[in-house]
Design a protein around this ligand. Structure first.
Ligand SMILES: C[S@@+](CC[C@H](N)C(=O)[O-])C[C@H]1O[C@@H](n2cnc3c(N)ncnc32)[C@H](O)[C@@H]1O
Length: 312
């Protein structure tokens, strides 16, 4: 099973410099800010999506998160809010540092991932989990429990996973599908449509490759795009142009149109909406537009795109 967290083909120097840049970003986040943990708002957003399509809110639904990530804050928050949520991810998160857990991650996902996880664990994760627990206690007056038994570590595109998963009323996935090969997504999407109850919904929100953030280059992360004078070694939409410094992560390169084609056989697409349709507009020039004439604005300004799907 392949970890999506790093690319074997990239030169070590690029991997190391990206790892340091990521570390700097995590250290910045150490200034813990309530705005970085908007999980009640997210729950409200999920419920309002369900309700505007005539479904029940997330309360009382059986819920699945695909790709909960190295720090499954979202899933943990929903669980503590009383949601019956389970998650699946290819990689095991490092929730408690022990030599055994570190070795386990190294065996499964490689030493690069294990080292990065360990460093991040001591520099930021411990503090963030504590912050999250305090925030939850303050806002909901209850203790915060980490739901280790709700995390399934496996490839979400396999039949083995779905054969055991059962039925769900709501499935969500944030910033994950772009990391799964298109061929594997075909089975995942098919199995997802069968696993949803007939009135269930899926909210799938990938970062579309053709947007300015689509190359996952740290210099073009969403919060960096509007830093006009930021020193950069790459150009806007670099990944669709010279692609000089590809990010150290697997990307399937899917366009917004590719996602529509992927979902359509199994789902009715109720919403297909770019979350920040103006992101990067200030970087578009006539020369870039001419160079990227193969892509329309619906692709170049897609970035994070919300797909709301109802099984056919
Ligand atoms: C960019 S992270 C996003 C994590 C989380 N959703 C978030 O928003 O922070 C992508 C996650 O997708 C997971 N992933 C990639 N391919 C997967 C697969 N085939 N099955 C399950 N998870 C996968 C990776 O392990 C990684 O944790």
């Amino acid at each position: 099973m392949r970890s999506s967290s790093s690319l074997r083909t990239l030169p070590l120097s690029l991997k190391v410099s990206e790892a340091f840049a990521l570390l700097r970003m995590h250290l910045k986040r150490r200034q813990l800010d309530v705005a970085n943990y908007p999980y009640d708002a997210l729950m409200t957003e999920y419920s309002s999506i369900l309700e505007r399509h005539g479904r029940r809110s997330v309360d009382g639904q059986r819920v699945l998160e695909i790709g909960f990530g190295a720090r499954p804050f979202r899933l943990a928050w929903l669980f503590n809010r009383g949601i019956d949520v389970t998650g699946v991810d290819l990689d095991m998160p490092l929730i408690k540092w022990t030599p055994r857990n570190m070795l386990h991650i190294a065996r499964k996902s490689g030493w690069m991932r294990a080292s990065k996880s360990s460093l991040r664990y001591f520099l930021t994760d411990i503090k963030e989990w504590r912050f999250l627990a305090d925030l939850f206690r303050k806002e909901h007056g209850a203790d915060f429990r980490f739901p280790a038994d709700r995390l399934v570590v496996t490839d979400a595109s396999t039949d083995e996973f779905w054969d055991r998963a059962g039925k769900f009323g709501f499935i969500y996935s944030e910033d994950v599908f772009e990391h799964i090969p298109k061929e594997n997504l075909k089975n995942l999407v098919k199995r997802m449509s069968v696993a949803l109850s007939p009135d269930g919904l899926a909210v799938i929100r990938p970062t579309v490759f053709t947007g300015i953030t689509g190359g996952h280059h740290l210099e073009w992360y969403a919060h960096k795009v509007s830093e006009r004078d930021a020193p950069r070694s790459t150009e806007p939409w670099e990944h669709l142009r010279q692609n000089r410094r590809p990010a150290n992560t697997f990307l399937n390169g899917m366009t917004r149109r590719d996602y529509v084609e992927l979902f359509t056989p199994h789902f009715e697409i109720l919403e297909n909406r770019a979350m920040h349709p103006d992101l990067g507009r200030e970087h578009m020039t006539d020369a870039i537009r001419a160079e990227l004439s193969a892509y329309g604005d619906d692709e170049l300004f897609s970035n994070t795109t919300l797909f709301v799907l109802a099984p056919r």
